[in-house]
Design a protein around this ligand. Structure first.
Ligand SMILES: Cc1cc2nc3c(=O)[nH]c(=O)nc-3n(C[C@H](O)[C@H](O)[C@H](O)COP(=O)(O)O)c2cc1C
Length: 175
């Protein structure tokens, strides 16, 4: 039997809304920006493709995050779609906005730090920013993109996030 919890979202039961949102299985991205304090990054699963023509994507950032100010004004940023091999990077960046300091990074012509080994990477210019309640919705125009293919399973499978835990994407075998 399935047990169902019905609720009206309120300040007292925000855990339930968080859990309900967490039932949406997502991939995981890392968004990077340059700053006067060096490379800054955030782990984000709010990413979505948005438009092919013009090429647009979106993600959202918590206004309450300590690192928010770096992303609020950034004119350029890069979004990296993580592979299962990048699980520890996902948590390192979630814990520490500056953990990319001292790591081997690329940099594009706009000064944006670039990570290697992602399944796909999108180098963006800020297109728009919208109010999203306690988050800010960031829309990026994709200036350059890259797709990578790896032969080892870990590096070619998507890192996923579901019910607060990371996993990896497995296609359902057809019968
Ligand atoms: C899998 C995963 C997905 C996340 N997605 C987002 C997101 O989309 N937007 C966001 O603002 N924070 C997201 N976070 C939280 C941030 O990565 C980071 O932990 C949080 O902003 C704390 O930042 P602070 O140390 O700057 O306060 C996510 C964390 C994890 C582990």
């Amino acid at each position: 039997m399935t047990h169902q919890t019905d609720f009206v979202p309120s300040a007292e039961n925000s855990r339930l809304l968080r859990d309900a949102f967490g039932r949406f299985a997502t991939g995981v991205t890392i968004v990077t920006v340059a700053s006067e304090d060096g490379p800054v990054a955030i782990t984000a699963n709010s990413f979505s493709s948005l438009s092919l023509s013009p090429p647009l994507l979106l993600w959202s950032i918590d206004r309450g995050a300590n690192r928010f100010r770096y992303f609020e004004q950034a004119e350029h940023f890069a979004v990296h779609i993580l592979s299962a091999a990048q699980k520890s990077l996902c948590w390192d960046v979630a814990k520490d906005a500056f953990c990319l300091r001292g790591r081997a990074l690329g940099e594009n012509g706009d000064g944006v730090p670039l990570l290697e080994g992602a399944l796909a990477r999108f180098e963006c210019a800020r297109h728009a920013a919208y109010d999203g309640g306690d988050h800010m919705i960031c829309v990026g125009r994709v200036l350059r993109a890259s797709l990578s293919e790896a032969d080892c399973a870990d590096a070619s499978e998507a890192l996923t996030f579901f019910k607060g835990s990371e996993g990896r994407f497995h296609p359902i075998e057809s019968a």
